[in-house]
Design a protein around this ligand. Structure first.
Ligand code: ZN
Ligand code: ZN
Length: 261
């Protein structure tokens, strides 16, 4: 969205540009807003939080006092309809991300990425229960097709509807090779082994699931590696290869730089 507004005290006209993170698994709850002063080719960029506060862009110099005043006034005067509109566009961006994981996925050698983050449409969750307690596991994979470590990382969690995500009960390296897996099992304690056994019971073809997801991820990694950078995106004065100011940890060009206009 780009709209003009006049800022009273300084008589500048700004064009508002809004950017959003499309990662549906990221609850950033803000827009990155840039107030562009065309006449002087200057830009004031900041995070606009949906709790009606604002903040600086991470990894960027602080705003000058005058810029800060302008932003404060802007946030204070922002009408309810505008908040609603921005929130709608935030949800739109997340919806876009859900349909196009390539819009937020970044090829990163060596990092294990949650499978659901790469394939949000997949609905086979690794849920299970044992002795009346519900658990779930999350599987992560490394994208780099040149890296030969044939494994996945499983993190096991207790399912608790009241609590937001807790730290994992334990982590387990799931080797595709059965012999290596048996070796790995020896490192687990009794309780952990029982929980792992319960998962295997609920998902009897777990080895096949992990193997096919592993292949799928390596293929995605290959595509991401070969993909040329997206074109036609923003011209903000944030370097496209910098870390995104929204704090998502992704490169700017793969995150909030993706404008939806
Ligand atoms: Zn985000
Ligand atoms: Zn971002």
């Amino acid at each position: 969205m780009t709209f003009r507004f006049e800022e009273e005290n300084y008589r500048n006209v700004y064009v508002l540009e809004d950017y959003y993170c499309t990662n549906p698994f990221c609850d950033c709850n803000h827009a990155t807003v840039s107030l562009y002063d065309e006449e002087h080719d200057r830009r004031i960029s900041f995070l606009l939080n949906f709790n009606k506060t604002h903040g600086p862009l991470p990894n960027h110099p602080k705003l000058e006092p005058l810029e800060n005043e302008i932003v404060k006034g802007f946030v204070k005067d922002l009408r309810d309809e505008a908040w609603t509109l921005l929130r709608q566009r935030y949800l739109e961006a997340k919806g876009y991300g859900e349909r196009n994981p390539m819009s937020y996925l970044v090829f990163e050698s060596g990092r294990y990425v949650n499978y659901m983050e790469m394939f949000p449409k997949n609905n086979l969750l690794l849920d299970f229960s044992q002795d009346g307690q519900r658990y779930f596991a999350e599987d992560s994979y490394e994208m780099d097709p040149r890296n030969g470590a044939k494994d996945a990382r499983l993190a096991f969690y207790k399912f608790d509807p009241k609590e937001d995500k807790q730290p994992p009960l334990f982590n387990y390296t799931y080797f595709l090779d059965e012999k290596l897996r048996e070796e790995e099992d020896k490192k687990l304690g009794g309780d952990e082994l029982n929980i792992l056994a319960a998962l295997n019971q609920f998902v009897p073809n777990l080895a096949d699931v992990v193997k096919s997801r592993y292949k799928q991820v390596k293929q995605l990694g290959k595509e991401l590696m070969e993909a040329s950078p997206k074109t036609g995106i923003a011209t903000a004065k944030i370097n496209r290869n910098d870390l995104c100011p929204c704090g998502s940890g992704k490169k700017y060009k793969k995150c909030c730089a993706l404008k939806l206009n």
